[in-house]
Design a protein around this ligand. Structure first.
Ligand code: SME
Length: 172
């Protein structure tokens, strides 16, 4: 058992085959939704998601949130992993692209992404999901991995649905 939710133990840093990663995430999702049931405070939601997605997505070396703190600025929020950059302008990096466009950024090789910010130079691939509530970009969920192509579109789609559910009605 892992901390927080019931999942098979897998060593941190393991890149499971895609089907196993998707199955593991699908097993975790009802438990994550149950853990957050009724919670409306955005920081409480972000902190709990950072913890539980870190347990679930064992391929990550960074898992957490950047929050919108100005017109075009993100500041680091709750996360697990190696130390992240504190602030990211909307013009920079994968998180900035997500914040600008409100679109999921699925980057199999960050070295090919113009302007990628290397907070941890071991990061090779990245998935960023926008947190948009009431049409406003409130935060981004940033997932980084030291493996190339560590995230699949199916994982992205599941995380988009999770974020939409758990932040609906949240107070930021
Ligand atoms: N790689 C990200 C920056 C955030 S950290 O790596 C935690 C980016 O390019 O947006």
């Amino acid at each position: 058992m892992s901390e927080g939710i019931l999942l098979p133990a897998v060593a941190r840093g393991t890149l499971l085959p895609t089907a196993e990663r998707v199955a593991r995430l699908e097993q975790a999702l009802p438990q994550i939704r149950a853990a957050l049931d009724g919670e409306r405070d955005a920081v409480a939601i972000e902190a709990t998601l950072a913890c539980l997605l870190w347990e679930t997505l064992v391929q990550t070396n960074w898992c957490g949130f950047y929050r919108r703190v100005g017109d075009r600025t993100l500041a680091v929020g709750p996360y697990q992993g190696t130390m992240g950059c504190l602030r990211i302008d909307f013009d920079r990096g994968v998180c900035g692209a997500c914040a600008r466009t409100h679109e999921v950024q699925l980057v199999p090789d960050v070295s090919r992404f113009p302007g990628h910010i290397a907070c941890d130079d071991r990061t090779r691939s990245e998935l960023v999901v926008p947190v948009v509530v009431g049409g406003e970009l409130r935060a981004v969920l940033d997932l980084d991995s030291p493996h190339l192509a560590a995230f699949d579109r199916a994982e992205a789609d599941l995380l988009v649905a999770l974020v939409a559910d758990v932040f609906a009605g949240a107070t930021f």
